[in-house]
Design a protein around this ligand. Sequence first.
Ligand code: ASP
Ligand code: CP
Length: 360
Amino acid sequence: MISVYPHLIDLNDYPVTWWNGLLTQAEDIMNRPFLYANSCNGKIMGTLFYEPSTRTQMSFQTAMLRLGGRIIGFDNPQTSSVAKGENLKDTTKIISSYSDVLVIRHPTVGAAKAAALTADCPVINAGDGGHLHPTQTLTDLLTLKAEKGTLSGLTIGVCGDLLNGRTVHSLCKAMSCYENNHFIMISTKELKMPSYIKDTIRAHGGTFEEVQNLEDAIPKLDVLYMTRIQRERFASPEEYEAQKDTYILTPQKMKSAKSDMIVLHPLPRVDEIQVAVDDDPRALYFKQAKYGMYVRMSLILTMLQSTIKTELLSGQVHKGISCKNPKCITNQESYLPKSFTGTGTTLTCEYCDERLLLEH
Ligand code: ASP
Ligand code: CP
């Protein structure tokens, strides 16, 4: 299914040259903001946040206001007709017909793609469950480019909830497209990086190792990307309790890091980075959040100017076959075409990337 609009569902749907162009434009916006102050005059951005957000929602809104545009939307679906039982299709269909670009965050994997299928304007994925967060990755790429001066040849430690953390999924997929990046994935065995992300890294020629000890990994790193244990994605409070507080970055641990290692975190932080680390000049997470506003200005402009069409579904619907992932949007919104790529006994859901092994 090809949409006539340029949607951003997964960064890897676009070539690296497109990301690089977006970053270059973001740098120009940072240096010469006055040139862009009226570039979205008369345009409206809709923001539909079905899940809590501070940075993504407000940096998108600020970005649009700084470009001269205006905003509509909700930050709590319970104050909209979602509370009356309206489905995702109808809500996004209506708001996309009021808007020139639509930003959506949703707790269910694949929701942004599902929304894009029938939207009447470009859709930007601001986080779909524990799956992907492409605009956080654009933020991270801009931060790395500005602060490390390169997107290649880096040893990047990603630490914490690698299973449910959508930011590290998008980040590793993207950074493996640049040369010679090596990932050290630091997590407990329960919260390891999903196989489909590791397969993508391998397919791009990226290398990685999986370890459990943060202290041993720190001296090797150029970048330490800390993440929050995603409490809202756990099946029970007990399972969350068993995982929380495993990794806590302290000033003491920072002593064994390289003098030019940088610490990033998509935020919000709970307790995985002690507040005392904030005074270390290598702690760049607050600066990182500000880069997010500039990169989102660049993204909004690009989406409004682009004539690119997006291939949303390229696979097939198989009679009687549905996705086995209970967190997949196709299991919540029953009208969606249950489309899979692949052939033979292995099919991949086009909304959540979950693989389905069929028995014959
Ligand atoms: N804010 C990021 C996200 O929405 C990271 C987090 O919530 O831990 O994915
Ligand atoms: N980094 C990020 O997505 O933050 P919020 O959840 O506060 O939007």
